[in-house]
Design a protein around this ligand. Structure first.
Ligand code: HEC
Length: 495
């Protein structure tokens, strides 16, 4: 049933991307415009969101269709190639922009061939703003980047006590003691007991989705995520902070406002951050995302003194995977540009490109000795290759569908991979042999994690289900749905 509303995102549909499609599933429909309020219309709060939703796709600083950039107030007042005023303050009847929004011929904006006219209510907001003098809000400069200003003003919603739909588990991590599993929810992280599959803690986050998470050696949790197409972030949380409150036995932490919970806001970007890795001592942290960039942070001076050490632009498309080699000098990356690459952090040069997947690379990992790398992707393969010299492939290991994530066992030379073929596979990283296949999931598996002692492996699927197995013999330890309130909802119609 969930499949039927797999994606709202035009971009994904256009690109026909499997994983991206699934990742973006729960993007909320765009907020509808407010009808004109009693008070004066605010440019930033009322008008700019309409431009952002309906116009920025063609009229941002890069595309500038018709030489018009609407991402600043200045750009709107300057106009485009017609070299006419688009807005005449106080005079809606003389404002070209309204003529174009209301037009019924092919000169209408947005252009008729690309979609519907703006709803009347939205046009009325712009009209009212012009009538009131087309003023810029106090405290904003004409050059202010409206995307950034809107982001600053955006307030994340408080997660619902019970979700109406199962939440795809796009990121997972065991707590350092191995007793709990942290899962990415909707604008929150949820913490579940492995022993009984019960919800233990909810941590509110600004990010709508978590795409990667890992515990640092000091027990803090680094999380990469974002709001698809809107913003991305890397934040560090203390899940052991004193709780704000408890609700029916569940601890509630506020990772948005409570500085004891949100320890550090490391990175902010214009689109989701998708992957994360850290050195064993936690002093170097690396992330990559939809902006094609890989950022390397130095945390050796503590979180307060975190430094952005290097920003790497080595891929032509989204970066889905990063893995720091044990020498801390080499960095493996994988991308939607169909390649995996090795980067030298010292010389700041690309060392090699591994092109064999010929399709999206979703994950990368490095062998314990650092000499070989692994990459996995849409071609169903997990490929092992030399990380120096020529990018020679040593072997390929197969799932029957796309391999979406991969992770290393912290204690043993084992890799775990998860796939849209609904299995998790454990591989011996030295021989490439399949140690075992863990089945039971009934949907695409987006996330996989080992416990810190290496004895447990957990995987989370599109349908919200998390399964935890013993690595040694593949016995199922626990299966539960990591959607808050999910069981309760499912049982509701019984009476
Ligand atoms: C799918 C792309 C697309 C979208 C979306 C779009 N436009 Fe345009 N717009 C264009 C193109 C292409 C032109 C240039 C052709 C023209 O001037 O008629 C243009 C021209 C304009 C112009 C004329 C600029 C000048 O001085 O010549 C205005 C004003 C304008 N758009 C406003 C808007 C507004 C407001 C929105 C959102 C409600 C919007 N457009 C959405 C593609 C788009």
């Amino acid at each position: 049933m969930l499949r039927s509303h797999r994606c709202y995102c035009v971009l994904c549909l256009a690109l026909g991307l499997t994983l991206a499609l699934a990742f973006f599933l729960l993007a909320p429909p765009p907020a509808s415009a407010q009808p004109p309020k009693k008070g004066p219309v605010s440019f930033i709060n009322d008008v700019a969101p309409i431009f952002k939703e309906n116009c920025f796709a063609c009229h941002d600083a890069k595309k500038r269709k018709g030489k018009l950039d609407l991402t600043t107030y200045e750009g709107l007042r300057k106009g485009g190639s017609r070299e006419l005023d688009l807005v005449t303050p106080g005079k809606p009847d003389e404002s070209l922009i309204l003529d174009m929004l209301n037009a019924t011929d092919k000169g209408r904006m947005p252009p008729p061939e690309t979609g519907d006219a703006l709803p009347k209510a939205k046009i009325a907001v712009i009209e009212q703003w012009i009538k009131e003098g087309a003023r810029l809000d106090n405290g904003l400069t004409p050059k202010a980047d409206l995307l950034r200003e809107l982001r600053v003003r955006w307030v994340p919603p408080v997660p619902a006590p019970a979700y109406p739909h199962a939440v795809p588990i796009t990121a997972l991590a065991f707590t350092p003691d191995g007793k709990k599993v942290v899962a990415g929810g909707n604008h929150e992280l949820t913490v579940w007991n492995v022993a009984d599959g019960k919800l233990d803690k909810r941590v509110r986050t600004r990010a709508e989705r978590a795409y990667a998470m890992l515990f640092l050696p000091d027990g803090k949790l680094a999380v990469a995520g974002g709001r698809p197409g809107q913003e991305g972030d890397v934040r560090i949380y203390n899940l052991d902070a004193a709780p704000a409150k408890t609700e029916v036995g569940v601890t509630i932490l506020d990772g948005v406002n409570d500085k004891n919970v949100l320890v550090k806001h490391l990175l902010e970007s214009d689109d989701s951050i998708l992957c994360l890795d850290a050195s064993a001592d936690g002093k170097k942290l690396v992330c990559g995302g939809c902006d094609r960039l890989v950022n390397v942070f130095d945390l050796s001076g503590g979180y307060a003194n975190a430094k952005l050490e290097q920003t790497i632009e080595n891929h032509a498309d989204w970066v889905f995977g990063v893995a720091l080699a044990p020498d801390r000098q080499h960095l493996l990356t994988g991308s939607r540009d169909k390649t995996a690459k090795v980067w030298d952090l010292k010389t700041k040069e690309s060392v090699l490109t591994f092109p064999a997947h010929q399709n999206t690379v979703y994950a990368v990992a490095v062998a314990k000795d650092g000499k070989t790398g692994f990459s996995a992707g849409e071609d169903n393969q997990l490929r092992q290759w030399n990380t120096s010299g020529e990018a020679r492939q040593l072997r390929a290991m197969a799932h029957s569908k796309a391999v979406l994530r991969m992770t290393h066992n912290p204690k043993q030379p084992l890799l775990a991979s998860c796939s849209s073929d609904q299995t998790v596979r454990i591989w011996n990283e030295q021989s490439g042999s399949a140690v075992r296949t863990l089945s039971g999931h009934t949907d695409w598996i987006y996330s996989v994690a080992f416990s810190a002692d290496g004895t447990l492996v957990a995987a989370g699927a599109h349908n919200g289900e998390v399964r935890v197995w013993k690595v040694a013999d593949g016995t199922l330890v626990k299966a539960f749905n990591a959607t808050p309130g999910y069981a309760a909802t499912a049982e509701a119609p019984k009476k």
